[in-house]
Design a protein around this ligand. Structure first.
Ligand code: SF4
Ligand code: ZN
Length: 114
């Protein structure tokens, strides 16, 4: 169950769902990802596996390292912009957990700065 997964595992599930949704609605894929999205999926999963922050992971958008190459960063931004608002309809549990994770992270950063 997604509730009991680690922060990185939850993020992998949510971002994976976003890529799948994007590919289905934008590229008409059914069941399997197109080769472009499949490459992006592998790239993102590898980056998350190697994320040095582990359980303290910030959102990739607010990360001080930004381990993605610029082309991939732009691609994943495009996916997020497209799939993000639709997640509440297609994957509400993932969307809510993702919002909670990001909210907790933002508040941790705020309390460190204050
Ligand atoms: S961008 Fe930052 S938070 Fe995201 S996977 Fe890379 S190192 Fe981790
Ligand atoms: Zn695709």
């Amino acid at each position: 169950m997604i509730f009991f997964k680690s922060r990185i595992e939850r993020e992998k599930i949510t971002v994976g769902a976003m890529i799948k949704l994007y590919c289905r609605l934008e590229h008409g894929s059914r069941g399997t990802l197109c080769s472009d999205c499949d490459g992006m999926f592998d790239y993102v999963m590898k980056k998350l596996d190697k994320c040095p922050f582990d359980e303290d992971k910030p959102t990739c958008l607010n990360c001080s390292i930004h381990c993605y190459k610029s082309v991939e960063r732009e691609k994943i931004r495009q996916v997020m912009r497209f799939s993000g608002p639709k997640m509440l309809i297609y994957h509400p549990i993932h969307a809510i957990l993702h919002l909670i994770d990001n909210w907790i992270k933002k508040n941790e950063v705020k309390s460190i700065r204050n």
